[in-house]
Design a binder for this molecule. Sequence first.
Ligand SMILES: Nc1ncnc2c1ncn2[C@@H]1O[C@H](COP(=O)(O)OP(=O)(O)OP(=O)(O)O)[C@@H](O)[C@H]1O
Ligand SMILES: [Mg+2]
Length: 281
Amino acid sequence: MNGVTDTAVADNHALSGTAAMGHAVAQGTIDVSHGTILYVEDVTVSFDGFRALNSLTLTLDVGELRCVIGPNGAGKTTMMDVVTGKTRPDHGKVFLGQTLDLTRMDEPSIARAGIGRKFQKPTVFEQHPVWENLELAMQADKGWWASLRAQLNRDAQARIEETLETIGLEASARRFAGELSHGQKQRLEIGMLLMQRPALLLLDEPAAGMTDDETMALAQLLDRLRGTCSMLVVEHDMEFVAALAGERSRVTVMAEGRVLAEGTLDEVKRDEAVIESYLGR
Ligand SMILES: Nc1ncnc2c1ncn2[C@@H]1O[C@H](COP(=O)(O)OP(=O)(O)OP(=O)(O)O)[C@@H](O)[C@H]1O
Ligand SMILES: [Mg+2]
């Protein structure tokens, strides 16, 4: 049992295809029998009459790492606010898997259902060692503690060690989080999210404020997580996006509250509408 391998998503959230076979999906599980982890359809959010999201439709496959780019004010953060329950849409559907209607759930329930969100500013416990930050984050994963009380210590330790390795902070385990560089803090916060074994991770401009080296270390970390959880990454740094998307992953371009284009990075870069509204000539 561990937090960051291929089995992590399955053993915690029981990503199941059983619904397709006619079985009920147990409470707290995510039914991804159709291969979709996130389904957003025709979502509109208005602020004083201004449509921050305007009929946004977007789906994310299980295990997919999707980069979302687009100009300031395109609605990228608002989209994440809707998915995490921070903002209620005026209209539209938002589902986690086939069955979990996120528009009917509050923020804590959505987090417990398996959606982890990384905000731009790192929020780690500065006065605590790196190791303890991960331990505290794991304690928020109540189901896990309850079900494994018997061999708690050994498993907990293994999970923390594995996460330390994933986020590249093994050598810093005993340092206070407050002493870490900005990039290391960002990786620690991602580690803390991983301790709760999310099925879907939302990252809003994770590379902002990072040095080039830190940015590439982050790209490597997210690349390592590929397949263990689904990820939606909003980012302006095109080198970072290129490193994550590679030649094959889908990239979504948002503008004016909706999807302007979707395709490989090469495809969207050649899209006339994208050049016009975002990339420039
Ligand atoms: N709580 C709010 N009240 C009023 N307007 C809002 C609110 N939140 C967002 N907006 C507006 O909605 C639009 C979309 O904002 P959003 O933050 O989602 O864009 P974004 O794509 O994340 O932009 P950026 O790349 O600058 O982060 C903007 O015009 C913003 O001013
Ligand atoms: Mg934003």
